[in-house]
Design a protein around this ligand. Structure first.
Ligand code: ZN
Length: 228
């Protein structure tokens, strides 16, 4: 099944995408992970995007599209995919449609995590991530079982460079500015389902699975009936 997971920064997209990845064995393709990796490795691209990422500016659509499609092509998406945090703009959504049409992949569902803006700032400020991309934890809400270490590789958890107050403000503003047109874009094709993301990650997961069951193409797919 091919899923787009949208929602504001701090809504728990990364956590939910990781759960979907594990349960249905569909790769999670996350713009956040892609950028963090480039920053961590201090690649040429990483050096170029450090400034904009740190201050919470959006990167150019063409660059983001290129990185996401490259990742999709170099990943085994035969069972599907979950796109986490992409597309962010209607221009990106149009590019994704072209890419999917060209590679003969349908889009089954767009999930939109919704929650109160006031909660988001806290979630972002206390977020810590594995620098190698194994996931994210929250020192208040969902700490790592190993304290300040990644539960997978034991690397010391770090704060993302864009989880600073100014960047958080910018990203929330940017999200608010773009989400309405994205809702219209996908709503016109009846592809989008809103999911209440307040409360615990488990509650959100249950609501996501209920939303998945309502989509015939997803519910009938053998990957959904027999999760990996
Ligand atoms: Zn790790």
């Amino acid at each position: 099944m091919n899923i787009v997971l949208l929602g504001p920064p701090g809504a728990g997209r990364g956590t939910q995408a990781a759960l979907l990845e594990k349960k249905y064995r569909i790769p999670k393709i996350s713009t956040g992970d892609i950028f963090q990796k480039e920053l961590w490795h201090e690649s040429d691209l990483g050096k170029k995007i450090r400034g904009p990422v740190k201050s919470g500016q959006m990167l150019p659509d063409a660059l983001v599209n290129h990185l996401v499609f490259h990742q999709m092509q170099s990943t085994d998406c035969s069972r599907g995919f979950v796109l986490d945090g992409y597309p962010r703009t209607v221009t990106q959504a149009q590019a994704l449609d072209h890419h999917l049409a060209a590679t003969k992949q349908p889009l089954h569902l767009v999930l939109l995590l919704e929650l109160d803006a006031s909660i988001l700032t806290d979630r972002l400020a206390y977020r810590r991530v594995c620098p190698k991309g194994h996931g994210e934890w929250n020192i208040r809400l969902r700490p790592s079982k190993l304290g300040n270490q990644c539960e997978v590789c034991k690397a010391t958890l770090v704060q993302r460079e864009d989880d600073n107050p100014q960047s958080i403000r910018n990203r929330l503003l940017m999200y608010a500015k773009n989400i309405e047109s994205l809702k219209k874009y996908y709503g016109g094709r009846d592809l989008i389902r809103a999911v209440d993301a307040q409360g615990s990650p488990d509650e959100t997961t249950q609501r996501i699975e209920a939303a998945l069951r309502e989509v015939p193409a997803v519910a009938e797919s053998k990957h959904f009936k027999q999760p990996g």
